[in-house]
Design a protein around this ligand. Structure first.
Ligand code: AMP
Length: 299
């Protein structure tokens, strides 16, 4: 079954204390799509400008990502730039140039409208709504977000929560949304806002799922060196949705394992700038780390 992914398709300029890399392939949808492509056919919905390098289109194609929903418009591609502190956790946005994103309205090709699995990756909640409006009874819809939308589009986001099955956010966003310091109290409050499944990500400390089966504590793969964590959250949720869409036996039964796969794809993402490392690994590499995580958490 295919996964439909809508989100940002960007050029990222990333600065860490050790290196600087301009105009890499980035964006929430790019990271999520590559991550999901390890498991399932992916349909990408996004927009790029005429300056979008052909080699990046090729990279999507090498991952068999369907680009019928990718609009190429006159103008410049969304360009985001960020800088990490020495701890590689704190990040400062240096620049956001919207370019063609400013007038983006996602139009789904007809066959996309029947995609069973839908990932509304980080993008303005109004656009996430617009995609959902076009869908014909999807099986499982998950939304991701970022602090910016909590600041400037909270009403749209709160309305969106009533329309999705799952919601993924990080711990500081959960705090901002619920005003709760305690992560379990925050999870409970977010359930009341709509989603059946809520996942709070805690960076290198893993993530917590709350759903009808209770809680699941998903570990992060222990990395000794982080090169660039940009897109790790998108890789996590993309990998999770990709795995889920092909697993037999329904969402409830497979969600925990899907999170583990997401966690492993995210670990590879952190080992290189942009998508450099993620695009070099294969399914066997993922299986090795899943096995290691299994050993690390069994007792
Ligand atoms: P993450 O590291 O998971 O927070 O995701 C980083 C990705 O989000 C980068 O590849 C950026 O291109 C993308 N991004 C940054 N700001 C925005 C925004 N305002 N809307 C959509 N995507 C964004």
């Amino acid at each position: 079954m295919s996964v439909l992914i809508v989100g940002s398709t960007a050029l990222d300029s990333i600065k860490t204390p050790r290196a600087e890399n301009p105009r890499l392939l980035g964006g929430s949808a790019s990271h999520a799509a590559v991550a999901a492509s390890f498991f399932a056919p992916v349909r990408l919905v996004g927009i790029v400008g005429e300056d979008f390098p052909k080699k990046y289109l090729k990279l999507y194609q090498q991952h068999r990502i369907d680009l019928a929903g990718l609009q190429v418009e006159k103008g410049r591609t969304f360009h985001w730039s960020g800088e990490y502190e020495v701890n590689m956790n704190n990040r400062r946005t240096l620049l956001t140039e919207l370019g063609v994103f400013e007038t983006f309205t996602p139009h789904l090709p007809d066959d996309y409208k029947r995609s069973p699995f839908v990932l509304l990756a980080n993008i303005a909640p109004a656009l996430q709504h617009h995609v959902l409006d076009q869908m014909e009874r999807p099986k499982f819809v998950v939304a991701d977000t970022m602090d910016l939308w909590l600041n400037i589009a909270l009403d749209d986001l709160v309305r969106l929560l009533k329309r999705v099955d799952g919601f993924v956010l990080n711990d500081s966003e959960a705090h901002q949304l619920t005003k709760e310091d305690n992560v379990f109290a925050a999870l409970r409050k977010i359930h009341r806002m709509g989603p059946k499944y809520v996942i709070i990500k805690k960076g290198s400390h893993g993530s917590i799922l709350s759903g009808p089966d209770g809680h699941f504590l998903c570990p992060a793969y222990p990395l000794h060196k982080v090169v660039d964590p940009t897109g790790a959250g998108d890789s996590f949720v993309g990998g999770m949705m990709g795995y889920l869409s092909t697993a037999r036996g329904g969402v409830e039964r497979n969600l925990r394992r899907a999170m583990i796969y997401g966690s492993v794809v995210a670990s590879y993402c952190c080992e290189g700038f942009g998508l450099k490392r993620t695009t070099k690994v294969n399914r066997a590499d993922l299986e090795k780390r899943v096995e290691e995580l299994e050993k690390l958490t069994r007792f």
